[in-house]
Design a protein around this ligand. Structure first.
Ligand SMILES: Cc1cc2nc3c(=O)[nH]c(=O)nc-3n(C[C@H](O)[C@H](O)[C@H](O)COP(=O)(O)OP(=O)(O)OC[C@H]3O[C@@H](n4cnc5c(N)ncnc54)[C@H](O)[C@@H]3O)c2cc1C
Length: 376
């Protein structure tokens, strides 16, 4: 069989995962990145790195299960920095209504075969002693974990290159046409298949191509404490985080704190419908106040850095993964909002199967980009 040439636009965690997956299947992969290296720009450079099964709906559960499974079994060559670390997630309920919501999430997860235990009363503090004592309970997903996405993306690209892929950095794709991409140095590259994995910027690239895609910016702020300040055993998240991440987002802050393998705490998180700009210190303050509510004393820990980044959301809270309507031979993997690191390896498998005509490991239907797109 002839070797398929695949050009991938963007070397964030999604493009890097696609490059590794397609190169492993024998495709001739060319990965194009406008930044100076893989994983150093876009949402991948700004994300937390929480790998979790999100219970929003059945389809999301399946995509997260597949993503988490691949991270667990097949993380890049392990180092303290980019390997998968199993820390578990602990959702926290501050009232009875939130605890009831967590109970429903536990049932949905258990039905899908995901380990998730509801903790009520003092059992919450046995597993996480640093939490505020008036919390009502929690939901623990012991198999969730964390990775450091920038170095994980670089390692996946490294593996792809070792098995024959090419990466070109500091080159921007200006337009995608049937069978070729046009670059900002005036040259073009031909391809049998093209994958748009350019995160938020897929919006402009698709517009240039005559396809209107529903990508919306969602800014988020994070802070990180110094080494040796880790007072938590799990990634802790307040139950209300889920509502703030779905549907139309105005301005939300919810407690989400990820312990890193470096002994630091990554503290978030916020959402506003805009692109990231300068760090807003008032917003960081709101995040710290919210975190203090759940983890008393945390706001006194030394913070060494704060930053903001932009998630790429879609109108229906589902990423776009599959063939791009209106232009043959072009695929897209974008719009992952706050779950793109978790879901990247799963999306890469779906894209690989679709391009190579192989059977998909899960139903690709819910992610089909044609569900909400217009071509001009
Ligand atoms: C504050 C915050 C916290 C988050 N926390 C988590 C978390 O804990 N867990 C989780 O699973 N997800 C998390 N996410 C979401 C996750 O970071 C993203 O969904 C994921 O990184 C998206 O990856 P991507 O490769 O699609 O896009 P990006 O990381 O944005 O990568 C796109 C790449 O394409 C390149 N590019 C763009 N246009 C072009 C072009 N025309 N030519 C060449 N190159 C181009 C860019 O330079 C960039 O490198 C978080 C996001 C934010 C902002």
């Amino acid at each position: 069989m002839a070797i398929l040439k695949v050009v991938i636009v963007g070397a964030g965690v999604v493009g890097a995962s696609c490059a590794r997956s397609l190169a492993r299947e024998g495709a001739d992969v060319v990965l194009l990145e406008q930044g100076e290296a893989p994983g150093v720009r876009g949402a991948t450079a700004a994300g937390m790195g929480h790998i979790t099964v999100n219970a929003a709906d059945e389809a999301s559960i399946q995509l997260c299960i597949l993503g988490r499974k691949i991270w667990r079994e097949d993380a890049p060559p392990s180092s303290e920095e980019d390997g998968f670390v199993e820390i578990g997630t602990l959702w926290m309920a501050e009232d009875d209504a939130s605890l009831a919501d967590l109970g429903l999430a536990a049932s949905r997860l258990n039905e899908a075969g995901v380990a998730a235990d509801l903790l009520e009363g003092s059992s919450l503090f046995e597993v996480e002693p640093a939490l505020a004592r008036d919390l009502r309970g929690g939901l623990r997903l012991p198999e969730d974990g964390a990775i450091y996405a920038p170095t994980a993306a670089a390692s996946m690209v490294g593996e792809a290159v070792q098995i024959g892929a090419t990466i070109r950095t500091s080159v921007k794709v200006l337009a995608v046409e049937r069978g070729q991409v046009l670059l900002d140095d005036g040259t073009s590259i031909s391809a049998d298949a093209i994958v748009i994995a350019s995160g938020l910027e897929a919006l402009e690239l698709c517009e240039e191509t005559g396809v209107s895609i529903p990508i919306l910016p969602r800014e988020g702020h994070l802070a990180i404490t110094s080494r040796g300040t880790c007072v938590l055993n799990h990634h802790v998240v307040e139950a209300a985080y889920q509502q703030g991440a779905l549907g139309e987002v105005e301005d939300t802050v919810a407690c989400a704190i990820l312990p890193r393998s470096t002994g630091q705490l990554c503290i978030g998180s916020s959402r506003r419908p805009r692109r990231a700009g300068e760090v807003d210190s008032e917003l960081i303050e709101r995040i710290m106040v919210r975190s203090e509510r759940f983890v008393p004393g945390i706001s006194g820990l030394p913070v060494v850095r704060t930053w903001s980044g932009t998630r790429a959301a879609t109108g229906d809270d589902r990423p776009l993964i599959g063939a791009l309507p209106g232009i043959e031979g072009v695929w897209i993997a974008a719009g992952f909002e706050g779950l793109g690191i978790t879901q990247a390896p799963a999306a890469a498998q779906l894209i690989t199967c679709s391009i190579l005509g192989q059977e998909s490991p899960i139903d690709p239907g819910p992610w089909d980009p044609s569900r909400q797109m217009a071509t001009s």
